[in-house]
Design a protein around this ligand. Structure first.
Ligand code: MG
Length: 173
């Protein structure tokens, strides 16, 4: 059985991961209005990945005999100043999520909940990847500056991202 404090932390994180999906979906819509369909596609893929994180935690809580408790999802912003502003916000958001995951690991250690500790290690590695991707995109955008051609090339390359649901079947369970 999952300890109560750990269960609460997972439920809060299910909410946070779902909020991340909402945030990236909102960014996708904004980028689409700026006519950057590749960047919008990239953010749509990101949103799907976040929903998958929430679904993974949902399943884990149930597997441990815990209770899943859904709570209200906050509204994300719908406007940013520029694509650069969007990608700066992505990095800041992922750094915040890393902090949340690390706090969950601290709780698991404190409670000697080895199963949750081990389960969370996947998310620790995932955050390394998320921050690295966010940093790479941000640095590329900074290099682009006001160069329209460079922005189009970047839009094209982010548009090549394979969506999780394009390569994997939608889970049936
Ligand atoms: Mg996530």
């Amino acid at each position: 059985m999952i300890p109560e404090r750990m269960e609460k932390a997972f439920n809060e994180q299910i909410n946070a991961e779902t909020y991340s999906a909402y945030l990236y979906w909102s960014m996708a819509a904004y980028l689409q209005t700026l006519d950057f369909p590749g960047m919008a596609h990239y953010m749509e893929c990101q949103a799907k990945e976040e929903l998958r994180h929430a679904a993974m935690m949902y399943k884990y809580v149930l597997e441990r005999g815990g209770k899943v408790k859904m709570s209200a999802i906050s509204a994300p912003p719908s406007e940013w100043d520029t694509p650069l502003h969007v990608f700066k916000s992505v990095l800041a958001h992922e750094e915040k999520v890393t902090g949340m995951i690390n706090a969950m690991v601290d709780t698991a250690m404190e409670l000697r909940d080895h199963a949750s500790h081990q389960y969370l290690m996947w998310f620790v590695s995932e955050q390394v990847e998320e921050e690295s991707n966010a940093n790479a995109n941000l640095s590329r955008l900074k290099k682009n500056g006001d160069n329209k051609q460079a922005m189009l090339v970047m839009d094209d390359s982010l548009g090549q991202r394979a969506s999780l649901y394009d390569i994997l079947p939608v889970p049936q369970d």
